[in-house]
Design a protein around this ligand. Structure first.
Ligand code: SF4
Length: 294
């Protein structure tokens, strides 16, 4: 598995984020450079390419002539049928129909959308400098699920943002329950004096933010367990990545990104690390799965 950086910098102005100040405006790499790097990674045996940037779905708009993420994905997809391609850090405002269609149409592009929403209360989204509403988000996720029924959805949210009232928190809690994300990352707001959000009134005490964090996480635990149960007895390609502390092989399905999502334990005597195997899921847990090679 290798991360493939497709752009550096960000043109957005989220009030809690220092990255545009540190890294500057978005500068996309030329598609031919990215494709050449992808080709070389594949020849060296890499089986999964993970496209990353601060705002991946905005890729290429700064190039002359502009290039889109879907064009880039199409070109990388041509390189090999024996790999997975995954996109992380999509932005709700820049995911368009072409990206959704390209992911739906290519077997080697994981049906996996990582779209950090950060919140679902319109009041807080505005304070965060995120230019979409809760309804926009619902439409986006409905549209993705309608286009790719077996898609995996991941998002991240911030709780305890300055000015977040209990009613705002209830909106994000409701939203998470309604959408039933396969994976959720929750962060408590982290303040710094040079952030625009520092000047927003009514900072939230740490214990209140932690309480909201725990409530959101425990709600997601139930959702993840339920989501995982739908994989029971199904057969998936799993990329073998190593062994765990009990010497059992472990790997990931297309709906499990490295480092952030769960993993799949694989019952087998001998497996080659870095290969794909077909696994029937025989047990499911809150975040992980277990199965046998078929
Ligand atoms: S889109 Fe991401 S990187 Fe860009 S300003 Fe917002 S949080 Fe920061």
């Amino acid at each position: 598995m290798a991360y493939l950086k497709i752009a550096e910098g960000c043109n957005r102005h989220c009030t809690y984020c220092i990255l545009p100040k540190l890294r500057g405006k978005q500068r996309s790499r030329y598609p031919e450079d990215i494709v050449a790097e992808a080709r070389s990674l594949i020849s060296s045996g890499v089986k999964e390419l993970i496209l990353v940037a601060q705002d991946t779905t905005h890729y290429g708009s700064d190039l002359q002539p502009p290039v889109s993420l879907s064009q880039l994905l199409g070109e990388i997809s041509e390189l090999s049928d024996e790999i997975w391609i995954r996109v992380l850090y999509g932005h709700p405002e820049s995911i368009d129909e072409n990206v959704i269609r390209t992911i739906a149409e290519h077997r080697n592009i994981c049906s996996y959308f990582d779209i950090p929403i950060q919140h679902a209360s319109n009041r807080i989204l505005k304070k965060m400098g995120r230019n979409y509403s809760s309804d926009d988000l619902r439409r986006l996720f409905d549209n993705i699920r309608a286009s790719i029924p077996d898609v995996a959805l991941r998002t991240t949210t911030i709780v305890g943002f300055p000015g977040e009232k209990d009613e705002d928190f209830k909106k994000i809690l409701r939203f998470i329950k309604d959408i039933c994300f396969d994976h959720l990352g929750v962060f408590t707001y982290s303040d710094a004096e040079d952030l625009p959000s520092h000047r927003i009134h009514h900072h939230i005490p740490e214990d209140v933010a932690m309480d909201r964090y725990n409530r959101l996480m425990s709600s997601q635990q139930e959702i993840s367990s339920k989501n995982n149960r739908k994989h029971l007895h199904k057969i998936y390609d799993v990329l073998v990545e190593g062994t765990d502390k009990n010497n059992l092989f472990k790997g990931r399905t297309f709906f499990q990104a490295p480092e952030v999502d769960g993993m799949t334990q694989i019952l087998s005597q001998q497996l080659q690390i870095g290969s794909f195997v077909r696994v029937r899921i025989e047990d499911t847990f809150e975040y992980d799965l277990a199965g046998k090679v078929v």
